[in-house]
Design a protein. Structure first.
Length: 333
């Protein structure tokens, strides 16, 4: 029954394709060209040796897909290059290993072509992309491809092809891929028990994973029963402080309580009763709050206060509303 509920939720999400949230747009230059454009992987003259920041999605030991921002060579087909960095045994292995992660795409996977038109990226993979064995690996592949490509401002939807063929479902767990996919499908899906599929809400939260010097934020989409509350900002914060997910923890201090929330257009306000940030990584705590609200409530800015006052956080200016960071989990390599 759990597998059937998971598949239903994926199918339902396909009908609600999300527009990219905008906080992760890694480049402002060309992405990939439609047929007839420049070769997608050839450096352009004076671009040789130059790099750009891009967000790759890798997999951690617990099986969660994790965004990591890093510098990669500046080439014409930067979206294609980004996916190649996510292949096990590919050029992204060193960065992934530094964080205790591994590639999300099976070894030998190649991007045969990509066509981007009107916000839709049609990406054609070699047959190796289907060389996996478990439903979890299947979901990791789909999640990582869709979320990595929708980091680019020109891409809101993704269609996956294999050797030029449009598959209706993935072969192991039957994940639907026959229609364009967007961020509405979620990532690292976590489905609450005993839910009525026709009466659910979906929240994407950023929790803490990793250990030691390499902790990182992990996006998780929770499918929850619709409660009596109509305050989605408060619901988001309640879920953020109480993950209830093995291998992940809250990025904010669980002692802090939310006193007040408000939503005014693209601005959400959250007032806490005490310091809500982790003293070791205050920037990560603030980023988690803002990213979670950006994804779940679709706001562009968040005003954070403590008992109505502007909190003093070392290295951060919270006097004004905070926008979601452009890059998450920036690599130090």
């Amino acid at each position: 029954m759990k597998g059937m509920r998971w598949r239903w939720l994926i199918v339902a999400a396909v009908g609600m394709i999300a527009v990219g949230c905008g906080f992760g747009s890694p480049v402002s230059g060309p992405v990939d060209q439609p047929p007839g454009g420049p070769a997608p992987s050839a450096p352009q003259g004076d671009q040789v040796g130059e790099t750009v920041q891009a967000t790759m999605y890798y997999v951690n030991p617990q099986g969660y897909v994790v965004p990591i921002a890093d510098s990669i060579p500046k080439v014409t087909g930067i979206a294609t290059e980004t996916l190649q960095y996510m292949v096990q045994g590919g050029p992204g292995d060193a960065t992934a290993a530094k964080w205790g992660l591994k590639g999300s795409l099976p070894p030998g996977t190649k991007v045969l072509g990509m066509d981007i038109r009107n916000g839709l990226a049609k990406v054609d993979f070699s047959k190796e992309v289907l060389h996996y064995q478990t439903p979890q690996q299947e979901r990791q592949i789909v999640d990582s491809v869709v979320w990595a490509l929708t980091e680019f401002p020109t891409i809101q939807q993704v269609q996956i092809l294999v050797n030029g063929r449009q598959l209706q479902t993935m072969p192991v767990a039957g994940t639907p891929i026959g229609q364009p996919l967007g961020r509405a499908m979620g990532i690292n899906l976590n489905v609450a028990g005993n839910i009525n599929p026709s009466n659910t809400e979906k929240l994407t939260l950023y929790y803490s994973g990793g250990s030691g010097d390499h902790t990182y934020l992990v996006p998780v989409t929770k499918i929850l029963p619709v409660g009596s509350s109509t305050d989605v900002v408060k619901d988001t914060m309640a879920q953020l402080t109480d993950p209830g997910i093995q291998g992940l923890s809250s990025p904010v201090t669980t002692r802090a309580k939310v006193l007040h929330t408000s939503l005014d257009g693209n601005l959400a306000t959250v007032d806490f009763d005490r310091s809500f940030w982790n003293d070791q990584k205050p920037d990560q705590s603030v980023a988690a709050v803002v990213l979670s609200l950006a994804q779940s409530v679709h706001v562009s800015q968040v005003k954070l206060t403590v008992k109505g006052e502007t909190p003093v956080v070392k290295g951060l200016d919270l006097a004004k509303p905070v926008s979601a960071p452009r890059f998450v989990n920036t690599s130090q390599l």
